[in-house]
Design a binder for this molecule. Structure first.
Ligand SMILES: [Cu+2]
Length: 287
């Protein structure tokens, strides 16, 4: 018997027949199979390596984003603020490890990032891209899976805390945050240096601080920024609502939160202090 796909000389004709409520193609009572092409959209091409990556060893990860017309995406947003170029976030599936990078884009659209993964396990790569386009949508995300070789036992998420100490720097949440899905909110965070003095924030990747949120299990991703008051290009948009954080005083961050779903989330609050990048992780419950 000839494959049903072949019996239908044109997929469009099948669709029309189905739409008209007819039994199907070729006179059979069983429904015909129709292959519908993927929507034309941005996609990743040539990503590698995705496996056999060794922990602790610098690894060159490269890929190209293809535009809906199949050509490499080469034109990215530029300028001040955090919403430019391409942002890569590598996160281990148990949210125990995160690496956040803004590698340059080569003239041919290729992105090459040399990353050292600190620990084995399955990682999700979030490619957050800001193409130079007009229109309301500033950025889009593409996702991929990477495997860093070695034994991996997922760690349960730590319970919520109001203070985290990273390299001697103390991050303290003011109050227990009450967070609800799709409701903008702010977290107030105090950051002090090992000597107890408030930290003077300096821009890194276009912002005074980066707040990267992942939802446990599904790995839903949200990224907001903290900028100096009045800075442009700092707001993140979710479903038409805008949220941005600010910092007018050394040692004090106001972090904008706008999460699409309830559940347990992990916030990675990142900033530069004392010449190095600090990442303070907090577990958040969102109702
Ligand atoms: Cu950021």
């Amino acid at each position: 018997m000839r494959p049903r796909r072949v019996a239908c000389s044109a997929a469009l004709a099948c669709l029309l027949l189905l739409a008209a409520g007819l039994a199907g193609c070729g006179g059979s009572a069983s429904p015909p199979s129709i292959t519908v092409g993927a929507a034309r959209t941005y996609r990743l091409a040539g990503l590698g390596p995705t496996a056999g990556i060794r922990p602790g060893v610098p690894t060159r990860i490269s890929f190209t984003i293809l535009r809906p017309d199949g050509e490499p995406l080469t034109a990215y947003r530029r300028g001040g603020g955090p919403h430019t170029g391409i942002h890569l976030v590598y996160v281990r599936r148990d949210l125990g490890v995160i690496v956040h990078r803004h590698p340059p884009v080569l003239a041919d659209g290729r992105v090459v990032d040399t990353v050292t993964f600190p620990a084995p396990g399955p990682y999700r790569l979030v490619v957050d891209a800001y193409p130079q386009t007009s229109g309301p949508q500033r950025n889009f995300q593409l996702f991929a899976s990477l495997r860093v070789a070695g034994a991996y036992a997922p760690k349960p998420l730590p319970s919520t805390s109001v203070a985290e100490v990273v390299d001697g720097y103390r991050f303290t949440l003011r109050g227990r945050p009450r967070l609800r899905a799709i409701e903008p909110a702010f977290l107030h965070v105090a950051v002090t240096a090992p000597d107890g003095e408030p930290v003077r924030f300096t821009p890194w990747y276009g912002a005074l601080a980066h707040a990267i949120f992942f939802r446990a299990g599904t790995l839903d991703y949200v990224h907001t920024h903290v900028c100096a008051p009045g800075a442009s290009g700092c707001a993140s948009v979710l479903g038409g609502a805008r949220v941005s954080g600010s910092s007018a005083t050394p040692g004090k961050l106001t972090v904008g939160v706008l999460l699409p779903a309830g559940g347990t989330w992990r916030l990675f609050l990142q900033l530069r202090a004392g010449g190095r990048i600090l990442t303070a992780p907090f577990t958040l419950h969102v109702s």
